[in-house]
Design a protein. Sequence first.
Length: 302
Amino acid sequence: MDAMAGVLGSYRTGSAFLGTAVLRCPWGIGVDPQRDSALHVVLAGHCWLRLAGRDEPVRLSPGDVVLVASGIGHALSDPPDASIVPIRAALSAAPYQQAASAPDTTRLLCAKYQLDEAAPHPMVSLMPPLIHLTAQQVEANEPLRLALQLLRVEAESRRSGADLIASRLLDSALVLLLRAWMDTQPAGAADWFGALSDPSIARVLRLIHEQPQDDWTVAALADRALLSRATFARRFTQLVGEPPLAYVTRWRMSLAAKALREAGHSIDEIARAVGYESGPAFSKAFSRVFGQSPGRYRNGGS
């Protein structure tokens, strides 16, 4: 879980959007395909979720939560064939009014996460189009349940500093949601998330994430995994989706990109922090991954 939290911490960018909506049947709201992942929680009532390219809608009940991956257009509605309007037209910044509790009313909490996908991490690439946790699954997971309650309170209060607080709460809620979802997956799932359930590979991922500046080799990582070099390389590639040293480079560049977006460190300092002895070697590796030099990336591609 440390590895997952680290990835999310490096890939969250910009401000988070959070709002609530009180909707009376018939209604429909749509989210266009974009770079953001969308989180929806059914606070009261029910509705149907339809993903672009899928024929059958998914019925959502009170307490259900869904995470829709970036780039996936989708709509929420009641009934499932209702007319659709843009989501921002339906979200309300005002506190929820108790009067809006008629039997045909649905109350939603909606949020979005902006992820940097210039060089997507395997975790981002492998996220399924839709993660759906039922109210029963949320209720059985106290940390997730409490995090979603805090999001609701913050969305409805709209007090000073709400945007900053919402961003921090969304960080936690996303990690907790993905952890709860992973608990529902079969053992040995062949993807990056499954790697977190493999003790040997999870140990190595944690080391790479915590000590990116170390001079990692396949042999050194295999030793830390307590596996032979061949077994380690094969298992790592199968679970994570790329060879060990390719992953090391990708993680270093992810951290470097985050540091470049934040003021306060020179390119040479960033290079040393992610394991490069010289600025030119770092710049070459960074340009290969992101398609532009560190300096150009820092200046927004200009």
